[in-house]
Design a protein around this ligand. Sequence first.
Ligand code: NAD
Length: 499
Amino acid sequence: MQDLTHYIDGEHVPGTSGRFAEARNPATGEVIYKVPLASPSELDAAVERAAIAQKEWAKVNPQRRARVFMKFGALINEHMEELAEILSREHGKTIPDAKGDIQRGLEVVEVCMGLPSHLKGDYTVDAGTGIDLYSMRQPLGVVAGITPFNFPAMIPLWKMSPAVACGNAIILKPSERTPKTSMRLAELFVEAGLPAGVVQVVHGDKECVDAILDNETVQAVGFVGSTPIAQYIYGRAATNGKRAQCFGGAKNHMIIMPDADIDKAADALIGAGFGAAGERCMAISVAVPVGQDTADKLVDTLVPRIESLKVAPYTGGDDVDFGPVITAQAKDRIEGLISSGVEQGAKILTDGRGLSIQGYEDGYFVGPTLFDDVTPDMDIYKEEVFGPVLSMVRQDNYEDALQLIQDNAYGNGTAIYTADGDVARDFVARVEVGMVGVNFPIPVPLSYYSFGGWKKSGFGDLDQYGPDAFKFYTKSKKVSARWFSGIKDGAALNFKAID
Ligand code: NAD
């Protein structure tokens, strides 16, 4: 077991609160890190130091800032194997999946390499006689990022990179269950030339988060995690006058039309339903086949493929499909929801409960679980399971399938599998969901677009990374200027159009 520290001003600073969390390797159950939980005074001190660092960082011209991102990107690539090992050990996902996690974060770092272009303002010469009108984007100051356990590299990189690119300093509070990947990334950022103090990694729980929300220097909060916490943080941040974007949970549906390629749809459902043990906010957890015939064919195709999946620790070879879930509590919760599905009348086709892996009996493994005949009133449908569980809700026609999605409380991601362009276009236009896939199961937008869900999956009006992030992490200033070169203009008491 390693004693973790906070990472303040580029130094490893031990916690002083006397409160700690334990982070475990989910494949073995072994405690790997003792994680200090920051007190409000530790958090406030980190913010104070960040504010000093931010003032200098904001003076660094955009091109020089961009060069730090170029070096940072190179260092992430150089350290890919090391980072993936740290990530898989604390999260449990396979090494290829860990590399994907890092890669999708790295792509946001790459967009920040072009930050001078993203931060340009507008300029209108002679907006009126002798009047120039222009806008500029200025940093907010100190901001905070609060991140979940399930993407230990990608989401901290989504938070750190645009915030810092815009000239801010950031307090990053990673999940106490996957704390080490963020630490290593912050160290590499400083190694790349980022002045110490511009990224401060502070570990903590609710006490630390509340201190962030109440700290008057912190100007903005970017949160990713479960919906109840997202909603809470959004409310408290807004009450305290902060800018906030808070992304929550999900229940993502995939419609399979009768004309869909069943083979491809089944593969998509398996990848999107069970990859990373279903612990992705963009996981497909509900399959919606249209028509009994489509559903029957889907079941026949899915079941043998699901039964052949290999669930094992990330160290278990190249053919491991997915690893354990994050904690013993998560395993209990997921197995409890599976049991509720059985009790409430869903038909269980593959049952992942009670899975034990030889040599890893203390690990938190849940096998791939497929339910048929799920109805919207069942807990297995209503709750975000966040585990390797796929529920099939049969529908008779496209309109009913679409309505099911519209009625769901979440709106993060969705997909449709069909060969009919008209149906696909209708779906894209009408569905009340933020990210939509057409014959594409996990439609995470690339880093030069922005990422965000609707309804209870996202609170706030701007999305993460891409163009929205450059807006979220800056405030725009608008200037109207003129120079008096012989223009005669008496006092104007009326609010009049510029001419
Ligand atoms: P979580 O809500 O438990 O924790 C997220 C963060 O909030 C952590 O840093 C945690 O320390 C902190 N936190 C936990 N309880 C808190 C409290 N009471 N007060 C203040 N802060 C608190 O989420 P998780 O279990 O780490 O992550 C899984 C969830 O995240 C799922 O619901 C998943 O759908 C969601 N998620 C959403 C997105 C998205 O972009 N919409 C992306 C990834 C994950």
